[in-house]
Design a protein around this ligand. Sequence first.
Ligand SMILES: [Zn+2]
Length: 391
Amino acid sequence: MQMIWNQQLVKKENKSIVLNLIMNNAPISRADIAQTSGLNKGTVSSLVAELLEEQLIYESGPGESSGGRRPVMLLFNQAAGYSIGLDLGVNYILGVLTDLHGNIVTTKNEKYTNISFDDTLNRVKNVISFLIDAAPLSPYGIVGIGIGAPGILNKEGDILLAPNLGWKNVSLTAALETTFNIPVIVENEANAGAYGEKKFGLGQPFDDLIYVSAGIGIGTGIIINGELYKGINGYSGEFGHMTIDKNGMQCRCGNKGCWELYASEQSLLSKANEMNLGIMNDVNLGEILLLAQNGEQAAIQLLKEVGQNLGLGIINIIHAFNPQQIIIGNRLAAARQWIEPQVRNVIDKFTLSFHQTDIKVSFSNLSLPSSALGVAAFSTEAFLKSKLQMQ
Ligand SMILES: [Zn+2]
């Protein structure tokens, strides 16, 4: 029994090696796979045959050869199925439909203000239905649904506390799996964003990076040695609730003076409301940025202040992790023009000189929905893993 189990494990690992080589190096021949992996040609051939049968890879015309018969090349069938990823913000839902390689097929963006759990669940379902309908026909259909949610989530994906949504001990997983009959993964949105940046965005060249998701609240995702660091129970990265003023404002998490009260989109909106910047209707980030673009000094000053406060928290993160890169993402990345000089100035002034060598501070590319892409990738990976295990 032990023997059989071991053989199956080895086979699964070998198949995973072959699939990964095809995913990352396609087009590639069977001979190249054997040479790169060190597996013998017979093993490679039989594993390739299985993957072909499962439609996870396909053969294409002959590749380059230095003489003799040209080999048939293998490619990853990224259209074998599709994955859905949703970034569940406090005031928006951003959904993406991707192929198995993470290429975006369709996006769906919805802004809203009612944050009750039931209302949000309905909106989430609508966005998912829209994306399911938009998926091209494929052998596996929608392989998984990933949700990036703000707040503290356990490893099962239950949302234990989402202060900015006013949610406590709620779960999206069961409700969505019942409705769609598709596997659902719920992950902290900053963790998802960090993974999205590492896999598809600015983090690709780096193995040690911290993603700062600055939206209505602040969350951070930690990548160490190229892997997402989640902590013992999955609660890592709650820097948004790092105390920066013990006598400071009351936070919805129960503490006082948390970083996100001074450096988030919400802090910007609250101050803008107090100051009455002349914005009619509801104050929002877009309006504030517009005022700043038009040279409105009060708006520019507010953005600068948030930039400084963002920098103050980042100093602590740099001191703790000595990372290669800090990526500032989510909604405040749109205010880069005003906050970047402040963040850099604070880091230059107050970070220990040792930590300043080799640190790169970047702002997310606004066209890359890193959090939605990150959770879509988690779902794709879970699907591929399950395919490898089934044999
Ligand atoms: Zn707090």
